[in-house]
Design a protein around this ligand. Structure first.
Ligand code: ISL
Ligand code: CA
Length: 540
């Protein structure tokens, strides 16, 4: 799977915003990677309060991205190349500019009133003290009917009332519209949050994430809703689904993706993404050790492998770039990106690679705060300023964690704005683009890009145990991630050195031979800095 964030992939008409025609322009690049499926971020009509995750019409394409005809062309172009397309399904909330909400808001007897959660009340006295994901209260007062509505994200993203069967039928109808067009599935945005714990009340959780895990996520009817969706929509199509959402722990993941559940095929495991978040949230950064990293993958694999199959990813449009977070984006940028790609392509699961990882794109540290665009980042900086907090530290935190790290334009070449646009990009490019871009990577046969293609080829060669089990060796090792994947006679050994140092190879209880690696060969006894090796097991 390859994730495209449409706003930042390629601008075709020079308005500075990535669009569908831009993606079509780059179809050959996409196909050249060897990937099987694109996850396309939201391209529906939107006032763009949260970059398209606030949808005002599910049935039309936002003019900034193009037209329905462009969409059809893109789908056709992908299918012609044997690539599938899945779309974002954002149905925990709509935009406040969606017609349902406009009607809902208009009066207490509107037939759409119960499409959302309204609680009568007085100004400055919200039904609960809940905080929204991007800061502030999760309740917004509406003068017109003297009521509050719930919004777990921004106030322009009111939560849909899934208790109302009409809401669910509308969602299913919309899903069928896109599936009948021929799309191949959905990535379901914050699907873990659609069933609410009612009645709304306050809880004694101090930290936001505790509220998410214990109150907002996995509400009492979540599985009933997903099974209904499966019955009414999903089972009638040959498609794939990936659920997203905070609060799904490894213990309950199988309730969403178990083979016998008739719900989803995979979920994005977000524990890793949240692992360095402290009590104060994502900008309260806590250290994470390599051991924590390994433990998490081991435990998730154990818990999911009994009855399911999951997705493996290291970054997306909400989180820092994988090489900046888990690799070394200075001295060993290329080697460590290749190592992380090797990890993604060899673990048990379906890998999802975020656009730009194929060339090792890195985090960006804008000096000028005016360059930031993400509502979460802007709200955070504003809050720090208002509270008189330490702005210097806050800016550093944004450099490490901010969502714009992953949202700056894709770097195509060394021309102005990295070849992303001929106009002014909606968000500045990463100044690194002269060094890191697709054109440059194409011209160097040792580049990350070429290595990535070799990895995909290997995985798809029929000789790689894609479905094989996962077994770790030396789980306590402080630098190496060593594991085998086995499926009958297909047996491989993966060695990954997650460090800047030369590490002695421990003694391995079987024989193996080199298959592919980021140094082009292997030594029997040492693992070089950020070395990644895929080996065939030959005996033992
Ligand atoms: O990025 C996060 C916080 O920094 C996550 O908590 C994120 O909000 C969560 O994973 C849900 O993300 C999805 O839904 C959001 C949207 O803003 C994200 O871009 C999307 O991936 C609301 O629709
Ligand atoms: Ca454009």
């Amino acid at each position: 799977m390859y994730q495209i964030y449409p706003r930042s992939f390629k601008d075709n008409n020079g308005d500075g915003i990535g669009d569908l025609k831009g993606i079509i322009e780059k179809l050959d690049h996409i196909a050249s990677l060897g990937i099987d499926v694109i996850w396309l971020g939201p391209v529906f009509k939107t006032p763009n309060d949260d970059n398209g995750y606030d949808i005002s019409d599910y049935y039309s394409i936002d003019p900034e991205f193009g037209t329905m005809e462009d969409f059809d062309d893109l789908l056709q172009g992908l299918h012609q190349r044997g690539i599938k397309l899945i779309m974002d399904l954002v149905v925990n909330h709509t935009s406040d500019e969606h017609d349902w909400f406009i009607q809902s808001k208009s009066s207490t007897d509107s037939p759409y009133r119960d499409f959302y959660y309204w609680i009568p009340g007085e100004r400055n006295n919200p039904p609960t003290r809940w905080e929204a994901f991007f800061g502030g209260s999760a309740w917004e007062f509406d003068e017109h009917t003297s009521s509050y509505y719930l919004h777990l994200f921004t106030k322009k993203q009111p939560d849909l009332n899934w208790e109302n069967p009409r809401v669910r039928q509308e969602v299913y109808r919309m899903m069928k519209f896109w599936l009948d067009k021929g799309i191949d599935g959905f990535r379901m945005d914050v699907i873990s949050l659609i069933s609410k714990r009612l009645p709304f009340r306050d809880y004694n959780y101090e930290h936001f994430m505790e509220m998410v895990y214990n109150v907002h996520a996995n509400g009492p009817r979540i599985h009933e809703f997903l099974q209904e969706m499966h019955r009414e929509v999903l089972q009638h199509y040959d498609i794939m689904t990936v659920g997203e959402g905070p609060g799904i722990s490894k213990e309950i993941a199988k309730d969403y993706i178990g083979h016998d559940r008739n719900e989803l095929n995979m979920i994005f495991q977000l524990d890793l993404m949240f692992m360095d978040h402290g009590p104060g949230g994502k900008f309260d950064i806590q250290p994470v050790s390599f051991k924590d990293f390994k433990n998490l993958f081991r435990e998730w694999d154990k818990s999911v492998s009994e009855t399911g199959w999951n997705n493996i990813f290291l970054d997306n449009h909400d989180f820092p770039r994988m090489v900046s977070r888990f690799g070394n984006d200075h001295t060993y940028r290329e080697k460590s990106t290749m190592l992380l790609l090797t990890f993604l392509m060899t673990m048990r699961g379906t890998p999802c690679i975020y656009m730009g990882s194929e060339i090792g794109m890195t985090n960006v540290a804008f000096k000028d705060l005016k360059d930031y665009r993400d509502i979460e980042t802007l709200n955070y900086l504003q809050k720090i300023k208002k509270e008189g907090g330490n702005l210097k530290i806050a800016i550093k935190n944004v450099h490490v964690q901010g969502r714009d790290n992953a949202r700056v334009p894709m770097q195509w070449n060394e021309n102005e704005h990295a070849g992303f646009t001929t106009g002014t990009p909606w968000i500045s490019v990463n100044p690194e683009y002269k060094n890191i871009n697709v054109e440059k990577a194409e011209s160097d046969s040792d580049s990350i890009l070429h290595f990535f293609r070799r990895l995909i080829k290997l995985r798809k060669s029929g000789k790689f145990p894609v479905l094989g089990d996962f077994r770790e060796l030396f789980p306590e090792h402080l630098n190496l991630f060593l594991f085998t994947r086995t499926d009958g006679l297909k047996r491989v050994f993966i060695c990954l050195n997650f460090s800047d140092h030369i590490i002695d190879m421990p003694s391995i209880p079987f024989r193996y031979e080199y298959w592919l690696g980021n140094y082009g060969n292997m030594t029997e006894t040492k693992m070089r800095p950020w070395e990644a090796l895929i080996c065939k097991i030959t005996s033992g």
